[in-house]
Design a protein around this ligand. Structure first.
Ligand SMILES: Cc1cc2nc3c(=O)[nH]c(=O)nc-3n(C[C@H](O)[C@H](O)[C@H](O)COP(=O)(O)OP(=O)(O)OC[C@H]3O[C@@H](n4cnc5c(N)ncnc54)[C@H](O)[C@@H]3O)c2cc1C
Length: 520
C-alpha cells in the first residue's frame, strides 16, 4: 500500500514567504506556502467582475483544465488526428495534481507521486505506458518500478518493514487480517471492482461475492460507510481498523467512517493481486505530465483562467480575462465543484464533496536519527493524523545520500471540511511547520536539526470524497452521462482520485466529442 502524493512552480508571486524563528541551538528553517491560485479560485466563488477581453477566437473545441484528464483528452484527440482545439489552464504550468517542483537536492511531487502498474481493464493506461516506453513487449522497464525497500511503519518506538502492523499484533489481529484479505479476494473475483471503475460497475453481477452477500440486505455497499461494513463483518482489530482508515485517508482524504463501503473495498479489490511496482519517479506523476506535454504542448495555453462558460445556440462561449472563445464543444476537465460558479447552465450546487489536503516538501541537510527498518520510499507513522512521507530521492540515480527531500502528506480528514478549509487558510505557515515537525519528531528526535526548508501546498478542494451514496448518486451519474456541447472529464466524475480515472474520463470525453463532430 502506498500513499499518493505541482510542475516547476515559479517562486515568483507565491502568496506568502515566511521564515520560521529557530529554537535554541537550531538553524532557521526556511519555507513558504506555494499555493497562490487559492486567491484566484476565491474570485470565481465570490462572483468577481472580470474586464471584457480584447481578443476573440473561433475554435471548434475548448478543453478547460490542464490536469491529467485534460492533457489525456488532448493526447487522445491528437492520436486520432484531430488538431482543432485549445486547452486552457489557469496555472503557469499544466499538470494539476500531478505537478512537481525541484530544488538543488531533488525533483519532488506536489501531489500525485505514483501510478500503480495497470491491470487488464486499464487498457488506455497500458496504451499510454507503451507509448512512453514504460512497457515494452509485455515487460515493465525496471528503472521506473519502485525500488526496494518500499514501505515501513513506525510503531511502538521503532520502524518495521511493511505497513501492516506487526509489532505487538495478536493472533486475533492476524486472523482478522487474513479474513479481510479473503473477503477482498472474493470481491475482486466478482469483477465489480475495476479501474476504470465504470467498467466493473456496469458489467458485474451484483451479490456474487461474500463481501456483497455479507451486506445488510436492503443496503447496497455504497449506502453504508466502510467502517460500518467492517463492523458488520465482525472485525474489531484496532490494527485492521487503523489500516483501513489509513487507506481511505490516503486515497480519498476521508476517514473510513465517512467513506462509502464500496469505495473502501474498491481501494483493496481493484488492483491486480501480483502487481509489480508501482511506477514512480522523483518528480512523481510530473514525469507523466512531462511526457504528455511533449505531445500536446502546442495546444496548451497556461495562465488562462476560465471565468465563464455560456450557452450560445448549439455551441458554447468561453471567457478568460484575455480572450473570448466561441466554440461548438467544451470539455470541462477542471474540478467539478467549480461548475456552479463557471457554467451558465451548470449544477446549482457542487455535485461533488471534496477533501482538503496539505502537502509539504521538506529539505533535509543530513539523515535524521531513527531506530529499526531503514528509510523506505513510503514511510508511515502509526497513530499520526497525517499519512507520513515519501522519500523523493528514492528512485533517483543521482541520489546524494547526505541530503534528501521528503514529501509529507496530510489529508485533513477530521471535522467539517468547510471549517477545516478555513483553518487551513487562517493559520500561518509556522503553525503547519510546527505540527509537521512535532509529528515527525516521534520517529526522528533530531528532525529539527536536519531540516533546512519546508514548503507547503494547501488545497481546500484537493480531491473528490466518495462519501456514502455519492458513487450511486444521480448527480454523479448526470456528470458521467452528460452529452452535447458540454462534456465533463475531471477525475471527480468517477469519485475516485486516480490517474487512471482522470485518463479514462479525458479519453471518454474526447471520444464523445469526435462522435459529435462525425469523426469517431
Ligand atoms: C495530495 C494528492 C495526492 C495524490 N496522489 C496520487 C497518486 O499518487 N497517484 C494517483 O494516481 N493519483 C493521485 N492523486 C489524485 C490526482 O488528483 C489524480 O491522479 C489526477 O492527477 C487528477 O487529474 P485531473 O485532471 O482529473 O484533475 P486536476 O489535477 O485537479 O486538474 C484540474 C486542472 O484544472 C485547472 N483549472 C481549475 N480551474 C480552472 C479554470 N477556471 N480555468 C482553467 N483551468 C482551471 C487546474 O489548475 C488543474 O490543472 C492525488 C491527489 C492529491 C490531492
Amino acid at each position: 500500500m502506498t500513499p499518493r502524493t505541482l510542475s516547476r512552480l515559479t517562486r515568483r508571486g507565491f502568496a506568502t514567504a515566511l521564515v520560521g524563528l529557530p529554537r535554541k541551538g537550531e538553524a532557521a528553517i526556511q519555507g513558504s506556502f506555494v499555493d497562490r491560485t487559492i486567491e484566484m479560485g476565491h474570485r470565481l466563488r465570490d462572483g468577481a467582475k472580470f474586464a471584457l477581453p480584447k481578443r476573440e477566437e473561433r475554435v471548434p473545441l475548448v478543453i478547460v483544465g490542464g490536469g491529467c484528464a485534460g492533457l489525456c483528452a488532448a493526447w487522445k484527440l491528437l492520436k486520432r488526428g484531430y488538431r482543432d482545439f485549445v486547452l486552457l489552464e489557469m496555472e503557469e504550468a499544466a499538470g494539476g495534481n500531478a505537478r512537481h517542483g525541484e530544488n538543488e537536492v531533488s525533483a519532488y511531487p506536489w501531489a500525485a507521486h505514483y501510478l500503480p502498474v495497470p491491470g487488464a481493464h486499464a487498457v488506455e493506461v497500458r496504451e499510454l505506458c507503451e507509448e512512453f516506453g514504460l512497457l515494452r513487449d509485455g515487460q515493465w522497464d525496471e528503472r521506473h518500478l519502485c525500488h526496494s525497500p518500499q514501505e515501513r511503519l513506525f510503531l511502538h518506538g521503532r520502524w518495521q518493514e511493511g505497513i501492516e502492523p506487526e509489532i505487538a499484533s495478536t493472533k486475533r489481529d492476524h486472523e482478522q487480517f487474513r479474513r479481510f484479505q479473503q473477503l477482498i479476494a472474493e470481491a475482486a473475483a466478482s469483477g465489480q471492482y475495476t479501474i476504470p471503475m465504470e467498467r466493473g460497475r456496469a458489467g458485474a453481477k451484483q451479490g456474487s461475492s461474500s463481501a456483497e452477500r455479507a451486506k445488510p440486505t436492503a443496503t447496497p455497499l455504497d449506502r453504508m460507510s466502510f467502517e460500518q461494513w467492517l463492523r458488520a463483518q465482525g472485525f474489531d482489530s484496532a490494527y485492521l481498523h487503523w489500516y483501513c482508515d489509513y487507506a481511505t485517508r490516503d486515497d480519498y482524504g476521508a476517514r473510513a467512517s465517512e467513506t462509502s463501503a464500496w469505495a473502501g473495498i474498491h481501494y483493496f479489490a481493484a488492483r491486480e493481486p501480483e502487481e509489480k511496482g508501482p511506477l514512480t519517479w522523483p518528480e512523481g506523476n510530473g514525469w507523466l505530465v512531462r511526457k504528455l506535454m511533449e505531445r500536446v504542448k502546442p495546444h496548451v495555453r497556461t495562465g488562462q483562467m476560465v471565468h465563464r462558460i455560456e450557452r450560445r445556440g448549439t455551441g458554447r462561449r468561453v471567457w478568460t480575462a484575455e480572450t473570448r472563445f466561441d466554440c461548438d464543444t467544451v470539455i470541462f476537465a477542471a474540478p467539478t465543484f467549480l461548475a456552479p460558479y463557471l457554467i451558465e447552465d451548470g449544477p446549482k450546487a457542487s455535485p461533488v464533496p471534496t477533501s482538503p489536503w496539505l502537502v509539504a516538501n521538506l529539505t533535509l541537510d543530513r539523515p535524521p536519527a531513527e531506530r529499526g527498518h531503514p528509510l523506505c520510499w513510503d514511510n508511515v507513522l502509526y497513530g499520526s493524523k497525517a499519512l507520513g512521507y515519501v522519500n523523493a530521492n528514492h528512485q533517483s540515480l543521482r541520489t546524494r545520500p547526505d541530503r534528501f527531500v521528503w514529501t509529507y502528506y496530510w489529508a485533513l480528514a477530521d471535522g467539517d471540511p468547510r471549517a477545516v478549509r478555513q483553518t487551513l487558510l487562517d493559520r500561518p505557515w509556522s503553525h503547519w511547520r510546527d505540527l509537521i515537525l512535532n509529528d515527525l519528531q516521534r520517529a526522528h528526535r533530531d528532525i529539527r536539526e536536519c531540516v533546512s526548508r519546508i514548503d507547503i501546498m494547501r488545497q481546500g478542494h484537493a480531491m473528490p470524497r466518495p462519501v456514502p451514496g455519492f458513487l450511486e448518486s444521480k448527480e454523479r451519474k448526470a456528470l458521467a452521462e452528460q452529452a452535447g456541447s458540454l462534456l465533463y472529464a475531471h477525475s471527480d466524475v468517477s469519485g475516485l482520485a486516480l490517474f487512471e480515472e482522470a485518463q479514462y474520463r479525458g479519453y471518454r470525453a474526447s471520444e464523445k466529442f469526435l462522435k459529435r463532430v462525425g469523426k469517431a
